[in-house]
Each structure stands twice: as structure tokens, then as C-alpha cells.
Design a binder for this molecule. Structure first.
Ligand code: E4P
Length: 214
């Protein structure tokens, strides 16, 4: 399973990079806005920190305008993945970009039907939003499972990128149902390291070692 960090804050990305287990980065317009900087500046800096797929989202809502924005974003770095909303225009733009060999991430996916459309358009990644579904009384993990099943039936190559991940249990469950990638806030990724038995065990080893003959 690949692990992407979901943030627009470069200081968090620097901290995440030090962990040595981060495969890529996702951003969205809300995350970029939190940085108080321009999209181009933030994405350029992220690309200088992490050598992996970096998703940058278009703001346009019409196909032709999306394609123009995608062309500008692609100039920033070879690792740029163009993030497109799951709309008729977004899927049409995805089809064009896929044919040009541009990597794409179709975002704001909330159903298996939407995920099928993204795969048919040749998307590199589909981003189903687990947390937002859970928040609204639906079952985010069931959607990941459904998409995995339908993609496997048809052999679609689009990677399932589980997004809107809120905590470490989401990450574990994504692993169990076969998400290809998870993107999560750094805080959730850091919780993956934690187990009280690891902490207590280490404490005991160190205190026993201190008592042993030197
Ligand atoms: C990632 O691509 C999404 O933009 C992100 O995971 C959304 O997460 P949120 O629902 O916590 O805003």
C-alpha cells in the first residue's frame, strides 16, 4: 500500500519526508488556501521535497479551461498529477489527458458508478472520500471495498486512492480491503506508529539494559 500525505503545508511535508515512508502528496484548493500561498508556489516547493506523485487540482469547471490549467500545472514538474473533479467535464478532460499520457487523479468520488466512469476515462487514480461519507451517515469503507471489487472484475488499472482519511483505523481498514494508496493527514499517518505495548516494551528493555552488567 502506498502512503501519500494530504496537506498543503510545506512544513508538514518536510516533517513527513523525514519519516522515509511517504510515497506522494495530495492537495486540494482548501488545503492550499490554508497555506496562505499561491498554488504554484506551494506545488513547486512540494515537488522539491518529495520525489513521487504530487496531485494538484484544477479550479476550472469546464473541460477546455480544465485542460488549459492542466497544461500549466504540468509544466511545474514531471511528478505532477492533475486532479479533476468527478463531473461530466472532469471525466471528459480526464479522457483527453489520459490519451496524452498525463497522470490524473479524479476526486470527489462518492459512488462506485462514479469510480467506473473515472476508470473508463483512463484515470491514474480515483479518490473516494471515506471520512465525508462516514460524516454523513454512510459507510466510506464499504465504498472502497465495492470499487476494489468492480475494478478487479474488469481489470481496470486505475488505482484506488482512499481519501478523506481521518484516523489510523481508516488506514488499517483500507489496507485490509485492498486500497492501492491512502492519502491522510500527517497526524493520522503518525498514529500508525503507535502501540502501547511497543512503548511499554521499549521502556522495559531500556530499563533492564541499564541494570545489566557492563
Ligand atoms: C484528498 O485528495 C482529499 O482532497 C482529502 O483527502 C479530503 O479530505 P477531507 O474530507 O478531510 O477534507
Amino acid at each position: 500500500m502506498q502512503i501519500f500525505v494530504d496537506t498543503g503545508l510545506v512544513e508538514e511535508i518536510r516533517e513527513a519526508a523525514k519519516l522515509g515512508i511517504i510515497d506522494g502528496v495530495t492537495t486540494n484548493p482548501s488545503l492550499i488556501a490554508k497555506s496562505g500561498r499561491s498554488l504554484k508556489d506551494v506545488i513547486e516547493e512540494i515537488c522539491s521535497i518529495i520525489d513521487g506523485p504530487i496531485s494538484a487540482e484544477v479550479i476550472a469547471i469546464e473541460k477546455e479551461a480544465m485542460l488549459l490549467e492542466a497544461a500549466e500545472l504540468s509544466k511545474i514538474h514531471d511528478n505532477i498529477v492533475i486532479k479533476l473533479p468527478l463531473t461530466e467535464d472532469g471525466i471528459a478532460a480526464c479522457k483527453v489527458l489520459s490519451a496524452q499520457g498525463v497522470k490524473t487523479n479524479v476526486t470527489l468520488c462518492f459512488s462506485s458508478n462514479q469510480a467506473i466512469l473515472a476508470a473508463k476515462a483512463g484515470a491514474t487514480y480515483i479518490s473516494p472520500f471515506i471520512g465525508r461519507l462516514d460524516d454523513n451517515g454512510h459507510d466510506g469503507m464499504a465504498l472502497i471495498e465495492e470499487i476494489r471489487a468492480v475494478y478487479d472484475i474488469y481489470g481496470y488499472q486505475t488505482q484506488v486512492l482512499a481519501a478523506s482519511v481521518r484516523h489510523a483505523t481508516h488506514i488499517r481498514d483500507c489496507g485490509l480491503v485492498g486500497a492501492d494508496v491512502i492519502t491522510a493527514p500527517l497526524k493520522a499517518i503518525k498514529l500508525m506508529y503507535k502501540h502501547p505495548l511497543t512503548e511499554n516494551g521499549l521502556k522495559a528493555f531500556l530499563s533492564d539494559y541499564a541494570k545489566s552488567a557492563k
